[in-house]
Design a protein around this ligand. Sequence first.
Ligand SMILES: C[S@@+](CC[C@H](N)C(=O)[O-])C[C@H]1O[C@@H](n2cnc3c(N)ncnc32)[C@H](O)[C@@H]1O
Length: 355
Amino acid sequence: MITDIEVNKPEPISSGNKTVSFKRGTDVQYAIEVLDAGNPILITEFYNNGLSLLHELHAHLSRKFPNTSFQEQRVYRSEYRKLSNLILIEIADHKLAVKKSPSIGWLEKLYPETSDFLLTFPQVQGLNSAWQWYINGISIPVLRNKLHPYYGTYFTTRFEHLVLFDNWLKRYKGPKKSAIDVGIGSGVLSLQMIKYGFQKVFGTDTNPNAIIGLAEFMGDTKLSRKIELDFGNLFGRWNKQTELIVFNPPWLPELNNMDSSDEAIYYNSKLFPDFFAGAKQRLLPEGKLVLIFSNLAQITNVTKKHPIEEELDKGGRFQLEKCLKKSVKAASEKTKRDQHWRSSEEVELWILTHK
Ligand SMILES: C[S@@+](CC[C@H](N)C(=O)[O-])C[C@H]1O[C@@H](n2cnc3c(N)ncnc32)[C@H](O)[C@@H]1O
């Protein structure tokens, strides 16, 4: 049952020992020393005081650490992460307790049983921006309605791969009884399939928030009878054969020396072999296996390996029907600086069939 799954959320911190507080007028140098020594600081009075302390922390760290080479940037970021997460803020009655705070509905939705607790300031910032995305929604060029991504669920604000998939679906002439969407996320690929007349889509995800969020989004509308959800690995409990399997997997291999715990972004060495083995069993003889991928790992020199090409070369299970590519629009002015490689980024739509 979907109601039994536990949602991922920042762990509430109980308000315990006396903590140094930070407000306007507090000696900044002293506050930074407290953080440097590994002790927490509580933001009081105004939300803005939290923003100023983060600002001061940045200033302090850029004096302390050079921040130019890639390695230095990583040290800087990890130090910033460590110290900024010592900055705490209080939640009382499901609301931020300081004045002029944003109102964040997740505090009520995700913590129905805990009304008073502490979170770190960066966690609250994350909840706040996720709430804005959720409330305002995201317009997706290939969908009529906006998407409202649930807290902690993958969504994208670049749409080239969705356009590729949409164009392919438009021309698809095969049967449309059912499909499987592995790693359904915020549901965008499933909604595209429903738009083109698929009667039933089975969606899975290992992220509980994706499943909980979509179940909430669909409620008991007509859509909820077309998209069935399962919280589980790869194909979850779907064992029946289907005419279409789609997967927009993580695009980067996990690396030992980095935090690669985000399953929407990083894949481990088992993911693709297990996926292709499962897909082999569940794809009808004339069915299509559709994968979305990108050359991101290759152009950023993370790996030369391409898990789909590897499967085609060595797997002995599938053959290539076609691969469609589309270059990704240049990044906006704001982000261009560090992302010169983006100019050669391409998304890929792979269509495979049984061998
Ligand atoms: C790149 S996101 C794509 C989400 C969505 N399908 C889309 O296209 O926007 C990958 C999704 O796969 C999920 N995922 C990763 N590993 C998985 C696994 N082994 N089984 C099921 N889902 C998985 C992630 O949680 C994430 O939601």
